[in-house]
Design a protein around this ligand. Structure first.
Ligand SMILES: [Zn+2]
Length: 214
């Protein structure tokens, strides 16, 4: 099988996301870039992730052309490729329709802030207005929302999009963004919402950045 390593990594990540409840049914998609060949492994479109094999993971080139795989690539190829092209530091991208991230993108001025120190790595999280899925338009808006250093953004009435320097980093961004959204949701429901103080958030970001810079 060609591109076995990246296909296996994408398969493991999507099955972990299903196991964690971040992805249901056939929604959501995950991509990983292989620098050597300049191709991307991405989950297929409309196929259940349970029982999926590495051969089912699609391979596309950087223009989105389908090269390998039993099923056609996810319709969200533009969003994943646009992010990887705009951000050479990004090798892995994850898109989910996870419940709490979707809820926290609603309302007039949605805002999502860190509640616990590890979450500081993934903010600020910008909000993308609803845009038709699978289009270059939503891809451009996601790239804008992520900016130069962003790790996560929320797409209204759709879900979240996250990225990282490798699959582990992109998955952490997904897990912590959903955790942040879930904690915020329950705290607001209880009337006790209290995000981390801004000064603490700033200091944590400095520490995290210093660690990553080593
Ligand atoms: Zn979607």
């Amino acid at each position: 099988m060609k591109y076995e390593k990246i296909r296996k990594e994408v398969l493991e990540a999507i099955q972990l996301a299903v196991h964690q409840g971040l992805i249901h049914g056939t929604s959501g998609n995950i991509a990983l870039r292989d620098d050597t060949d300049d191709v991307v492994a991405i989950t297929p479109s409309g196929i259940s992730y349970v029982g999926m094999t590495a051969e089912d993971i699609a391979i596309v080139d950087m223009d989105g052309k389908w090269l390998e795989g039993n099923y056609k690539p996810s319709s969200e190829v533009p969003m994943h490729l646009a992010t990887m092209k705009a951000r050479p530091d990004v090798k892995a991208t994850v898109h989910t329709h996870s419940m709490f991230a979707t809820i926290m993108a609603m309302g007039e001025n949605p805002e999502i802030r860190p509640i616990t120190p590890p979450q500081c790595e993934f903010t600020p999280i910008n909000i993308v207005p609803f845009t038709m899925p699978g289009t270059n338009d939503v891809a451009d808006k996601v790239v804008n929302a992520l900016g130069e250093n962003g790790r996560a953004c929320l797409i209204k009435n759709h879900g979240m999009f996250t990225c990282g320097k490798n699959m582990k980093a992109a998955m952490y961004a997904t897990e912590y963004t959903e955790e942040m959204a879930q904690t915020t949701y329950y705290a607001k429901l209880l009337g006790t919402y209290e995000p981390m103080p801004e000064e603490g958030d700033k200091k944590m970001k400095e520490l995290i950045f210093a660690d990553q810079a080593v």
